[in-house]
Design a protein around this ligand. Structure first.
Ligand code: NDP
Ligand code: 8X3
Length: 265
């Protein structure tokens, strides 16, 4: 009898976090930090090799169990197949970090590349929705949960040539607020994280692999690190259960807003 009680206590304490876009940057740093915080981790992305490497890294630095799911958030059937079919021992997801996302291109609206627009809309908005649509009911069934949506300061103010990327992040901001209202009655916490410049692969992706151009984005200032964002996420998650952090907006000290930064020559 005593042993049974102990086992059930351990089960109650198990926490599971699912991070989308864990193969790089903010998602990777978040997965590593949450594992250190005692979460078992479901890590996702499209690059299996990177998921394998991260999986090994997490196991090296923590006692976390890790499950990697390789799928494209733009493909609804893949999202559904991967998450819906989680075995009982992985289905009680406590934390979802909707992080997978990208900017593609940097053109004025009249010169925009339609394919870039579609990639951003499909990933940043529709992908986030597909994942949430599966995970939110699981959290409701489980009786608790916390969803963290990674937006951007680009979802707080627009900047020249940011057009569609900004629009997708405005949508993330709106969805963050909407989720908070819809999930309120279920006691599910919802937090938006809105960073300014973070040095990751983000700009390399935006400029289609042009590393020199990407480097210039962060030249002459100290950008945020993926670990800075991971810490803000972990902070929101570790507030007492009655506290919901609605949103956190954070920028490098050298960045005033999306268009103003102080750079040293
Ligand atoms: P990275 O490019 O370093 O990481 C992006 C992650 O998203 C990768 O793990 C990538 O995985 C994943 N991803 C992209 N497209 C898809 C897809 N279709 N399906 C599944 N996963 C996908 O960039 P960041 O870490 O900087 O970006 C993370 C989030 O932070 C994004 O939402 C971004 O908009 C946001 N953000 C970034 C800022 C910055 O300055 N860096 C500032 C504000 C917000 P894979 O390629 O393996 O699929
Ligand atoms: C990324 C930050 O300012 O490049 O979301 O749009 S910014």
């Amino acid at each position: 009898m005593e042993k049974k009680k102990y086992i059930s206590l351990i089960k109650v304490k198990r926490m599971i976090a699912l991070v989308t876009g864990a193969t790089s940057g903010i998602g990777k740093a978040t997965a590593l930090l949450l594992a250190r915080h005692g979460y078992d981790m479901i890590i996702t992305g499209r690059r299996q090799e990177r998921l394998d490497i991260l999986s090994a890294e997490i196991k090296k630095i923590s006692n976390a169990h890790v499950l990697s799911l390789c799928f494209d958030v733009r493909r609804q059937e893949e999202v559904t197949k991967n998450i819906q079919s989680l075995k009982e021992n992985w289905s009680k997801i406590d934390v979802l970090v909707n992080n997978a996302g990208l900017a593609a291109g940097f053109s004025a609206i009249q010169e925009g590349v339609i394919d870039d627009w579609e990639r951003m809309i499909d990933t940043n908005i529709k992908g986030l929705l597909y994942v949430t649509r599966i995970v939110a009911p699981m959290m409701i069934k489980h009786g608790k949960g916390h969803i963290v949506n990674v937006g951007s300061i680009a979802g707080k103010e627009v900047y020249p040539n940011g057009n569609v990327y900004c629009a997708t992040k405005y949508a993330v901001d709106a969805l963050n607020r909407a989720m908070r209202l819809d999930l309120l009655q279920h006691g599910i916490r919802v937090t938006g994280i809105h960073p300014g410049m973070v040095e990751t692969e983000f700009s390399i992706v935006r400029y289609n692999g042009d590393e020199e151009r990407a480097k210039k984005v962060y030249a002459g200032l100290k950008p945020l690190t993926p670990e800075d964002i991971a810490e803000s996420i972990a902070w929101a998650l570790t507030r007492p259960a009655h506290v919901n952090i609605t949103e956190i907006v954070l920028t490098p000290t050298a960045q005033g807003n999306a268009t103003t930064a102080v750079r040293k020559a």
